[in-house]
Design a binder for this molecule. Structure first.
Ligand code: BMA
Length: 345
């Protein structure tokens, strides 16, 4: 185990007083210390996968899902793939963030225009606590994938809002507060296939209905692990050093796509300005549950719990489009490392 002083890695004790994380304390955050002698920034939970195959009767698998602190425990929205192989959204609850009770029936949203409410498909949810609501952003089928939006207070009743963008768009990640007086979201416009483009953009809204003032944040490219396309992961985490963003990057190998995880720091008031970005991936498919499954070689981050005082981050990932897994990283250590990375990759 690495030595810790007030929960901060011994090697970065100074940065704990320098770096502030804006957010709540999550004293019961799922956590394991870094294994002794392990030199990588990010390490995997020894109990992975957190959600194995066939966790509820309807599900073939549950992955690429979202988790937030809720009423002293945790709640989430889960990409639940049925044996039809169609993805649906299910709510789930957990006391410890590791053992999950997933609802057996899918979320029934209310309130949307029937045109928007009809189901085509629903996958890759993120959940963001914003003001006094939990907002769900997911890839919603409407003549192709776009970003659906809904909100809940109890993870039982969900009110669906308008889709945020036109299709084709994926990987919507709402910021946890207004920026310059407007709601803000990252997304990844795309086309019908896995074409070699896919950059992250920033959009603003006065009301969570009308979105505009779109700005380019960062592009695919540079090193090959993120050369085919990239997409935002969980909602960015606010820190004194900028918005900490986890994202996925895609390598196009002769054996198919490889999805890995990177990180970036975005300017606090102008988040379309990238301050630092990982030239290397920080988590790539290596464990058997990441390399073997429905889609081999996929690590897809979609939720990050962060305990503000200690900087502990529990990162939930989809693995091989089959499993839900957990990895850990310390925010202070990650930020210090990001500052050694080039501003543009
Ligand atoms: C992306 C999305 C993800 C999936 C990934 C790997 O395009 O569809 O849901 O995890 O591909 O298959």
């Amino acid at each position: 185990m690495s030595a810790t002083i007030s929960g901060c890695p011994a090697t970065t004790t100074k940065s704990c007083s320098r770096i502030k994380i804006v957010g709540e304390a999550i004293p019961n955050i799922p956590w394991e210390d870094k294994p002794a002698g392990y030199s990588e920034l990010v390490w995997r939970f020894s109990g992975n996968p957190v959600i194995d195959r066939h966790p509820i009767p309807k599900a073939f698998s549950i992955y690429n899902s979202a988790v937030v602190p809720f009423e002293g425990g945790f709640a989430g929205v889960f990409r639940t793939e049925y044996k039809t192989r169609m993805p649906h959204l299910h709510a789930g609850f957990s006391k410890d963030g590791i053992n999950w009770q997933i609802e057996h029936d899918e979320i029934k949203m209310t309130g949307a225009d029937p045109e928007i409410a009809r189901y085509e498909f629903a996958y890759d949810p993120r959940v963001t606590k914003l003001e006094d609501w939990y907002y769900v952003q997911w890839c919603n089928g409407y003549h192709g994938p776009t970003i659906g939006l809904a909100r809940t207070r109890d993870f039982k009743h969900f009110e669906q809002l308008e889709n945020a963008f036109l299709p084709y768009n994926r990987n919507g990640a709402l910021f946890p507060r207004k920026i310059n007086g407007r709601y803000a979201m990252l997304s990844r416009p795309s086309d019908t296939g896995h074409t070699k483009f896919g950059d992250i953009f920033y959009s603003e809204s006065p009301d969570l209905v009308y979105w505009g003032r779109h700005r380019h944040v960062m592009g695919r490219g540079g090193n090959w692990w993120q050369d085919t396309k990239i997409g935002a992961g969980p909602s960015p985490i606010e820190t004194s050093e900028g918005w900490l963003l986890f994202y996925h990057g895609v390598l196009n190998s002769c054996n198919g796509f490889v999805y890995s995880t990177g990180a970036a720091l975005l300017d606090l008031e102008q988040p379309w300005k990238v301050l630092y970005r990982s030239a290397e991936h920080i988590l790539a498919p290596e464990a058997l549950y990441e390399t073997t499954g429905t889609v081999p070689n996929v690590v897809f981050p979609t939720a990050a719990l962060c305990d503000a005082p200690t900087g502990r981050i529990a990162l939930y990932c989809g693995a091989a489009d089959t499993f839900t897994t957990l990895a850990f990283v310390n925010a202070f250590e990650l930020i210090d490392w990001l500052k050694t990375q080039p501003k543009v990759c």
